[in-house]
Structures are given as C-alpha cells and as structure tokens.
Ligand binder design. Structure first.
Ligand code: HEM
Ligand code: HEM
Ligand code: FES
Length: 298
C-alpha cells in the first residue's frame, strides 16, 4: 500500500491509496472543517504549498483559486506527499471590487497583498514586463497566423493592455480596466492549436528574456486558466454583469481610445462617435458610418 505524507498545521499524517485527505484526517483524529464531502460546498477549501494536486481536487474552483493552488481536500486523493494549509476565510472574486480578496490574504489589514511578488520582482517591478511584451507583440504583429486578430488595433495598444492586465495579476495593484478575457475575445474564433501556437511564441519570448524557467511555467499556468474562456468554435456574445450584449449588428458608440477607421483608414480621435461592428470588432468613422456606405463595406 502506498502512503503519502501530508504536512498540515505542523503535524504530519498519512494518507492511503484511494483515500481522500478529509477521510485520512478523520481516521487520524485531525480536525478539518468540511460539510458536503463531495466538492459542492467549498467549506473545506485549502491551499497546497508543496506537492502535486490531482485535477479532480480543483474541479469547480475559479481561476483565481486554481492559480493559487487552492483545492478541495474532500475530493483530493493524493498522488504524492503534500504540504497544505487552511485559508483564513474563503476568498471570492467580488464583481464590485477587490479589497476583500486582497485583505483576506494579507496578514495586516488593508495592506495590499502582492499576488505573485516573486514574479513581479523577477520582472523588475514592471520594467522587464514592458520589454517582454513589446517584444512579444512585435512578433505577433509579424505573424501571419495571429495578425488577422489584431487588424483593428495597434501594437502599442495591445502591449499596454496586456501590461496592465498582467501587472494587476502579478502585483495585486488595481490597474486593469479592460474587459475580462472572456469578453475581450468574444468574437475571436480561436482554436486550441492557435492558443498553443501563441503560448509557444510567448514561452520562447520569456526564455529569450531570461525569465527563470519555473516562472515561465507559472506564467503559462496563468494563461492556461483562460484557455476555456478564449478557445471556441463560434463567436460568443459579450456578457457584462449578467447582461447579454448582441453578438452581431452595429452600434453607434463614443470611442474611448483613438483608433483607425476600418474603411478609410483615417485616424479617429478619442471621444468621436463611431459605428462599431459588434461581431467583427470593426470601427467606422463618421464619414463612413452612413448606411449606404456601410452596405458597400460589409
Ligand atoms: C489582485 C489581484 C486581482 C484583482 C484585484 C482582481 C479583481 C477582479 C475583479 C474586480 C473582477 C471582476 C471583473 C468584472 O467582471 O467586472 C475579476 C474577475 C476575474 N478575475 Fe480577477 N483579480 C485579481 C487576480 C486574478 C487572478 C490571479 C486571476 C487568475 C489567474 C484572476 C482571474 C479572474 C477571472 C477569470 C475573472 C472573471 C471572473 C468571472 O468569470 O466572473 N484574477 N477580478
Ligand atoms: C491565440 C490566442 C489569443 C489571441 C489571438 C488574442 C487576441 C487578442 C486581441 C486581438 C486583443 C485586442 C487587443 C487590443 O485591444 O488592442 C486581445 C486583448 C486581450 N487579450 Fe488576448 N489573445 C489571445 C490570448 C490571450 C490570452 C491567453 C490571454 C490571457 C491572459 C489574453 C488576454 C488579453 C487581454 C487581457 C486583453 C485586453 C482586453 C481589453 O482590451 O479589454 N489573450 N487579445
Ligand atoms: S466539504 Fe464540501 S466541498 Fe469539500
């Protein structure tokens, strides 16, 4: 019989083959908070500091929790030795804000918790992140497989958006105000192969800039948490705060970033009114937005 050592709360106990961590703890008189015992209530949620997590033990957890190696001990049948800890209180992603998420994790109240301080330090507090992303998008914009998706946006814009997104993820600072990845890519039909292709390009770029390999892997893990949101075979509607936005059709909107007209290529300034094609993400300036002209274009 294989026995795995589980370190928890400065004690060590054994977990047998085909025994969940909760069952092993109960058998050995160790107290772990739990309720349903089958992965539904998340009462038992814990964090794994060392060791491998079987996928089943993270089923139903959100991306944030998965990224931070949270798991459900009632559904965790260890595959090796593990070191685990309890989480002060359940951390959830509130859509209204973020402070509860941050303060729960920090020892001092209201102190910002650095989500991945090690990564952020390795990225020289953002300086290296900027260099990496500028290089990455330089390559993306020369890549015939990826370029079609970036037709309506600039290299600078893409790099800056990704910078603030990752800065928020790594440093914990609230600085990203874009769409969440599911909505940002809602119209893009990206298959697994293309997702892998972009990932390879990113990995090469991270290695080129000498990010330590374990951090490269951690970065990839973060991207992987968005795979199911991004990979799809048909365009999906945007859903913001539960409201479904139409997938197709045109909307007249005030633009919040400068861009180029997709018909005549003239620069469009911030705050100009444009016609925006929801599915294709195309933008038409005031000269090209008349229905007659649009009929010819679309
Ligand atoms: C300090 C760090 C973080 C803050 C302040 C933060 C904040 C937020 C906020 C405010 C939202 C709601 C956005 C909205 O839909 O209106 C959100 C959503 C989300 N965050 Fe984070 N987040 C952080 C870290 C992370 C990390 C590390 C991940 C994953 C690796 C992550 C993944 C997500 C995902 C997937 C959503 C969409 C959730 C959903 O489907 O409702 N976040 N985050
Ligand atoms: C093959 C894979 C992918 C393609 C083709 C793709 C393409 C794009 C494009 C064209 C944009 C618009 C850029 C702009 O507004 O300037 C974008 C935005 C973005 N992408 Fe991706 N992307 C991919 C994968 C990913 C992954 C894995 C992540 C996850 C971390 C990600 C995160 C984002 C974010 C945060 C934005 C900004 C959203 C916003 O503007 O509100 N993308 N992506
Ligand atoms: S006890 Fe309910 S999820 Fe583990």
């Amino acid at each position: 019989m294989t026995l795995f050592i589980i370190s928890y709360d400065q004690q060590e106990y054994e977990c047998r083959d085909n025994e969940s961590i909760i069952d092993a703890a109960l058998r050995q008189g160790i107290k772990i908070k739990f309720s349903c015992g089958k992965g539904s209530c998340h009462t038992c949620i814990m964090q794994c500091l060392k060791g491998e997590l079987p996928p089943q033990s993270q089923k139903g957890l959100n991306d944030y929790e998965i990224y931070h190696q949270y798991f459900l001990p009632c559904c965790c049948y260890p595959v090796g030795h593990m070191k685990i800890i309890t989480i002060p209180s359940k951390i959830t992603h509130s859509s209204s804000g973020n402070t509860s998420l941050l303060t729960d994790l920090s020892s001092t109240k209201n102190q910002q918790f650095a989500l991945d301080a090690e990564m952020w330090d390795a990225l020289n507090k953002g300086k290296k992140l900027k260099i990496i992303l500028d290089d990455f998008y330089q390559q993306v914009y020369q890549d015939e497989k990826l370029l079609p998706f970036f037709k309506n946006t600039t290299k600078k814009h893409s790099s800056e958006k990704q910078y603030s997104f990752l800065r928020q993820k790594f440093s914990g600072e609230k600085c990203y105000f874009g769409d969440r990845p599911k909505n940002a890519h809602h119209w893009m039909v990206i298959n697994n192969e293309l997702f892998d292709y972009r990932e390879d390009l990113l990995i090469k770029c991270l290695r080129k800039h000498k990010l330590p390999e374990y951090l490269v892997q951690r970065w990839v893990k973060l991207d992987e948490t968005f795979r199911t949101d991004i990979v799809k075979s048909t365009p999906q509607p945007k859903i913001i705060n539960g409201v479904v936005y139409p997938l197709d059709g045109l909307e007249t909107i005030k633009i919040d970033e400068g861009t180029l007209c997709d018909s005549c290529d003239r620069p469009i300034e911030k705050n100009e009114m444009v016609r925006y094609h929801l599915r294709l993400g195309l933008t038409y300036c005031s000269n090209c937005m008349t229905s007659e002209k649009l009929k010819q274009i679309i």
